[in-house]
Each structure stands twice: as C-alpha cells, then as structure tokens.
Design a protein. Structure first.
Length: 74
C-alpha cells in the first residue's frame, strides 16, 4: 500500500465530491421528470370526458283538459 501525498488526497476527495454531486443531480432530475409525467397524465385524464356518458332528457307532457263542470257531448 502506498501512502498518498496531501495533494493527491485532496484531488481524490474533490473527484469523489463531483461524482457524488453528479449522482444526486441525476436522481433529483429523474424524480422531477417522473413527477412532471405524473402531473401531465393526471391533467390529460382529467381533461378528457369519459366515453359512453348517460344523457337524460326530461320533458313535461301536457294534455288539453275539459273545463270542470261541463259534460262532453258527442
């Protein structure tokens, strides 16, 4: 085993720090991408109506009636 000089140790630590920052940056970017895709999917599902929805139509039917007290004669 060889001993490292202080300059080599400093360079190695700096390289490890850069690698760790790069790894965490990649993880954070991945999480943000998955989050953004989830929001986009949720909005797309929310904006589109469900197919085959039921439509109800209600109408009032009035039948002409004979005034009260009169008799219908043929």
């Amino acid at each position: 085993m060889t001993a490292l000089t202080p300059l080599e140790r400093h360079a190695r630590r700096r390289q490890q720090r850069r690698e760790e920052i790069a790894r965490w940056s990649f993880r954070a970017a991945f999480v943000l991408l998955v989050f953004a895709l989830g929001i986009a999917l949720g909005e797309a599902l929310h904006d589109n109506p469900k197919p085959g929805g039921t439509i109800t139509l209600e109408r009032t039917f009035s039948v002409p009636s004979v005034p009260p007290g009169s008799t219908a004669s043929p």
